[in-house]
Design a protein around this ligand. Structure first.
Ligand SMILES: [Zn+2]
Ligand SMILES: [Zn+2]
Ligand SMILES: [Zn+2]
Length: 164
């Protein structure tokens, strides 16, 4: 799925240029837009192509898949269980409490690398909190576990709110 998302990001430029062409056509050039008609045009010219851009397929199918994707992986967590004596990292700046820790792989790919972090040996049994949005004030995900789709998700949320 990650590669599909990258593909979508790549197509973001195409979406923007398309919107750049269509939005003025709809909102600026028509001097006396009819009530309702305008909305229909928005639906036809903007939302439907936007959805097709986003999903690369029929929007209804895409939306369904995306909803499944959202519910199944809303929290992309590392969840690595620490062995006794394994080095774990926490961040003085961002951890909600001292038990919030990252494994070394997540730590090295996280923003906390440049923060006031601290490291200690795990007593064993804990797990990596990477991806736990409630464990960190900022930077909850390392680059590996960051879904990296926040912009796309906002767009999709917009579509959801418009349609539902
Ligand atoms: Zn981890
Ligand atoms: Zn991670
Ligand atoms: Zn930090």
């Amino acid at each position: 799925f990650a590669s599909k998302m990258n593909h979508t990001t790549y197509r973001g430029a195409a979406i923007l240029s398309y919107l750049g062409e269509q939005v003025p056509l709809i909102y600026c050039l028509e001097t006396e837009p009819q009530q309702g008609e305008e909305e229909q045009k928005v639906e036809q010219r903007l939302l439907y192509p936007l959805e097709c851009f986003l999903f690369g397929e029929d929007p209804c199918v895409g939306l369904e898949k995306l909803q499944q994707y959202n519910s199944s992986s809303s929290a992309q967590q590392c969840g690595r269980v620490f062995k006794e004596g394994e080095t774990v990292y926490s961040c003085r700046d961002c951890a909600i409490d001292p038990t919030c820790v990252l494994c070394i792989e997540c730590f090295q790919k996280s923003v906390h690398k440049s923060h006031r972090y601290k490291m200690h040996a795990s007593a064993g049994g804990g797990f990596c909190d990477c991806g736990d949005l409630e464990a960190w004030k900022s930077g909850p995900c390392c680059s590996q576990h960051d879904p990296g789709t926040s912009v796309t998700m906002e767009t999709v949320q917009f579509i959801f709110s418009y349609r539902c």
